[in-house]
Design a binder for this molecule. Structure first.
Ligand SMILES: Nc1nc2c(ncn2[C@@H]2O[C@H](COP(=O)(O)OP(=O)(O)OP(=O)(O)O)[C@@H](O)[C@H]2O)c(=O)[nH]1
Ligand SMILES: [Mg+2]
Length: 307
C-alpha cells in the first residue's frame, strides 16, 4: 500500500515552533498574547508568573506558527517547583525553528547572561528581542545598548519592540516567518492552544491570585479546577486555591471572605470572556503542606514531570 504522506506538501504549507525565552518579567507572555490577539497566557508585574509551557497557535493561509511561552529562567531553583519551571523553559529550546530571547531594554542582568549561555548551544536561529522600548523616552539611548548586546552573540536578528504597545511586533513576526520551514500543520487550523479549557481557567484564577495576594503568597499558591459542568445556559466550575500553610489560608480568604470573593469576581469575568458563556464559579481555599517542594503534590496539581 502506498501511503500518501505528501498531501500537505503539495499544498505548500509551512509550520514551525517559536520558543519565547528569557528571565522572569521581561514580557514573554505579553508578547505571546499580542501575537495571538487574546489574553491566552497570564501576565503580572511580579516575576515567575508563568509556570508551564503554553503554546499559542496562529494559522494564516498556508503558515502555522506555534509560539511557545515559557516560565522565566531564574536562579532561585531550590524548590521542586522552581526546578520544574526552569526545566520546562529549557525543554522548549529543543527542536524549535526560531528562538526569541527576550530582554528588557537597557538591562542585562546575571539572569539574562545565564539564559544567553544556554542559547549558545541551540541550533535554531536566535533573535534578540529588546522589549519595553516604550519606557525609554530618549530613543538614542537604545543604540549603544544594541551595540553592546550585538558583541555578545551572533544573533540572527536584533529587534527592539514593545509587546505592550504592539510596537514593531508585526515586523518581528515577518522576520520570524522567513525562518519557518515547509511542513504539514501540527494542529487543526482553528486551534489556538495546546492546553485544555480547564488549564486556562485555573490560570485565570491564579492570575488574580498573583495580582491580589501581596508579594510572597502567590509563590505558595496554585489552583486546580476540580469540577466542570456544562449546562445549557451556564457552566458550573468548582476550583481550589491551594496554599502551603493554614496561616496563608486565612490571608487568602480575607476578612469575612472579602479577598476570595474579589478574586472570584474578577476571575469570573475573564473566564466568561474566554468560554463565551455565563459561568458560576465556586472557589475553595485549602492547605496542602509544602506542595511546591514535593514531586507527588506537584504532579497531582498538574505540574507533570517530563521524563
Ligand atoms: N512598559 C511595558 N511593560 C511591559 C511590556 N511588555 C510587558 N510589560 C509588563 O511587564 C510585566 C511582565 O510581563 P509578563 O508578560 O508577565 O512577563 P513574563 O516574561 O511572561 O514573566 P514571567 O512569566 O514571570 O517569566 C507586566 O506587568 C507587563 O504588563 C512593554 O512592552 N512595555
Ligand atoms: Mg510569563
Amino acid at each position: 500500500m502506498i501511503i500518501n504522506n505528501t498531501d500537505n506538501n503539495t499544498d505548500n504549507t509551512f509550520s514551525g515552533f517559536i520558543a519565547i525565552v528569557g528571565r522572569p518579567n521581561v514580557g514573554k507572555s505579553t508578547l505571546l498574547n499580542l501575537f495571538l490577539g487574546s489574553h491566552l497566557s497570564i501576565t503580572s508585574p511580579k516575576p515567575q508568573t508563568t509556570r508551564q509551557q503554553i503554546q499559542g497557535i496562529i494559522t494564516q493561509d498556508k503558515t502555522q506558527l506555534i509560539f511557545v511561552d515559557t516560565p522565566g529562567l531564574h536562579r532561585d531553583s531550590k524548590k521542586k517547583l522552581n526546578q520544574y519551571m526552569n526545566q520546562a523553559a529549557s525543554k522548549a529550546l529543543i527542536d524549535v525553528d526560531v528562538v526569541l530571547f527576550l530582554v528588557e531594554v537597557l538591562k542585562f542582568t546575571d539572569e539574562d547572561e545565564a539564559v544567553l549561555k544556554k542559547l549558545k548551544s541551540v541550533d535554531a536561529p536566535v533573535f534578540l528581542v529588546i522589549n519595553k522600548i516604550d519606557t525609554v523616552k530618549d530613543k538614542e539611548k537604545i543604540l549603544p545598548y544594541i551595540l553592546k548586546m550585538q558583541a555578545l552573540f551572533n544573533f540572527t536578528e536584533i529587534m527592539p519592540i514593545s509587546a505592550e504597545k504592539g510596537l514593531q511586533c508585526e515586523a518581528l513576526k515577518n522576520q520570524i516567518i522567513k525562518h519557518i520551514p515547509p511542513g504539514p500543520f501540527y494542529y487543526p487550523k482553528e486551534a489556538k492552544t495546546n492546553r485544555s479549557p480547564g488549564f486556562h481557567v485555573s490560570e485565570m484564577i491564579r492570575e488574580q491570585v498573583m495580582l491580589q495576594l501581596g508579594d510572597e503568597l502567590p509563590y505558595a499558591t496554585t489552583v486546580s479546577v476540580d469540577t466542570w459542568e456544562d449546562k445549557e445556559k451556564i457552566i458550573n466550575i468548582g476550583a481550589t486555591i491551594w496554599v502551603e500553610r493554614d496561616s496563608q489560608k486565612a490571608i487568602a480568604i480575607g476578612e469575612g471572605g472579602e479577598r476570595i470573593k474579589r478574586i472570584g469576581t474578577i476571575a469570573r469575568r475573564s473566564i466568561e470572556a474566554f468560554v463565551e458563556k455565563p459561568i458560576f464559579l465556586q472557589l475553595w481555599v485549602k492547605t496542602k503542606e509544602n506542595w511546591s517542594d514535593d514531586n507527588k503534590s506537584l504532579e497531582h496539581l498538574g505540574y507533570y514531570h517530563f521524563d
